[in-house]
Design a protein around this ligand. Sequence first.
Ligand code: BGC
Length: 717
Amino acid sequence: MLEMARWITSNTDDKDICMTFQRCFSMPECCASAVLQITALGVYEAFLNGMRVSEDVLQPGWTVYGKRLQVQTYDITHLLQKENTLTVTVGRGWMRSPLAGWTSNEKMAIRRDMPDGLLAEICLTDNTGNTAVIATDENWTCHESPVRFAEIYDGEIYDARLEDSLIEQRSVTLLERIKEDLIPQEGCPVRECEIIPASHIFTAPNGETIVDFGQEVTGWVRFSVDAHAGDTVSFDHAEVLDQDGNFYNANYRSAKAKVTYTCREGRQTHTPHLTFFGFRYIRLLAWPGIPDIHDFEAIAVHSVMKQTGFIRSGHALLDQLISNIFWSQKDNFLDIPTDCPQRDERLGWTGDAAAFVKAASLNYDCERFFAKWLNDLKAEQYPDGGVPVVVPNVLPDIPPSAAWGDAAVICPWQLYTTYGNQEILEHQYSSMKAWADYITSVTHDPYLWTGGIHFGDWLGLDAPAGSYKGSSREDLIASAYYANAVSILIRTGRILQRDISSYEHLYEEIVHTFRKTYPVYHTQTEHVLAYAFHLAEDRQKTADALAEMIRRDGMCTGFVGTPLLLHVLTEAGYTSLAWDLLLNENYPSWLYSVRLGATTTWEHWDGIREDGSFWSTDMNSFNHYAYGSVIDWVYEKAAGIQPLEPGYRRIRIAPHPDRRAGMLSVTLDTHSGKIISSWKYLDDTHVRYEITVPQESELVLPDRTMTVRAGTYIIVI
Ligand code: BGC
């Protein structure tokens, strides 16, 4: 790949300015096709004769640079003219922007100082099959682009006057850089996927002008303005308004998330492209004239994935929650699964991905999306098998944590379960095994995972004052996840026909030691794990105690307990309590945030309090998907669509209706066909079930269990 091309750099002193690389060439006689292969150090936008070479944005995407750098291949034949100019503008992107936001100034300076770079080849083929290659080399030129600054967190500065000015071409310099890390595009392309027009423009109590898009999105704002050359447009972004209805972005922490644009003369439209934002509102800091609602559109940018889950209920707030969960997935699936899209993080937190992967895999077909990220996870694994807390690993100083590193086993297993493709297990087996072995090698006590530094039940509401970690014991959580990891490894090993006898023995010892060490559980999350991972001696008693605690104290689970909580309740016969939690509108609950106007899922149960104040400025994202994992309970338990075999090759439909929701209709487009499970209350007691299955399936209804053939069944009970 890219054999002829040499890395080139602009060698510019002012690294803030995004440089445009350029190459002019004539179309050879009888040219039949032109194919561009391209990658860059940062993110690039490429144009042939002023036309974009593809719809993809923010390419080459985010991977483990140095080990894996994606190369995109585009057919550009349709853009060819007799005389051609290829221009490629390169921004800092994830490679050269300072990430994470709290990194030391020295480390930030190192990233900011890295050279830009481009590697590209155009292969021109004539109709006799002869080829000519135009590759990056010292014959290319470069010049300053109108993008004066573009970084992931801080946004973009653009001077449109420079679009028309005569640009001084400079020579490029060859850059000594490896090519061994080049890989073909693996992930789903990232594109502009939806346009959301501004819904409201208003003056806040403090006099500021705010544009509301009515929906929190990740992406950017396209604006149009009438201006004189030199006028300024400037705005920053926010997710929510404060208690008084004013613009609030303190929760972005150090991320400036700001666009500054210097206008050219006349009517013009601009879209930032080498950065992105998570926002619902923008605040106009400068705008020539009077802004009009039609001047603004939010553009949602994310990885292209096919929607596979469709849910509708008879409960307006529940429907809004479902919409919020889908949005938080789209907003955080921008090439890698991120914790949040707005503040100075936007990182591939492994624990968040592990919590949400099941839900994610049902909402959208994200097999390819996750397969790429798991390749990065594998590439980032430390030599001892430890998995970094974020992938790509920009936080190497934080040691691996239980329930976070477990993404290494949980994600491939979930992909296999949802999509039925064994390849992902084959591919990740060594990584999965290395993670389990890592735990064995670092624990202080055999057959448990004790010691280490963990995130615990992150953001659990039973956290001691001043702590982000719920009060579940970290050693217990870590040991429970150890058991789970080894159990997944054993199941995987059996499928792949590997020798896993030593792990079978290990697993028995872990369960035995866990039971001996933790005869009683103290918190809700401890109960949840003991039940869900089959560690409790008496699972029913454990679930009974959990139900009791929830009735007494309300729900207080964090990132670890919450994704499993409702499943445990339903499996243990407490479905009505699970519905209580799902439909509860008071803090802490899912619908609490919906009642307070959320359009995406919140990081913290009380991100905004009843009185409109914020729980904190620090750890308060309004677009975090982790708690949105509850949607997998809606698919699996409320609608009851359960895979009995990977990829839904065999299915059980066991719905758990509840009068308060009125009705539920769920469609799941699986690799084995379309499954529909709907129920509707006809009156207080009668429920009409309508179920469509693509192959022989098991139906479990309140009064009967039966095996049915492919088809649609309508049953009233
Ligand atoms: C992130 C989380 C992440 C956590 C780990 C946070 O700052 O936003 O979602 O899992 O750190 O503790």
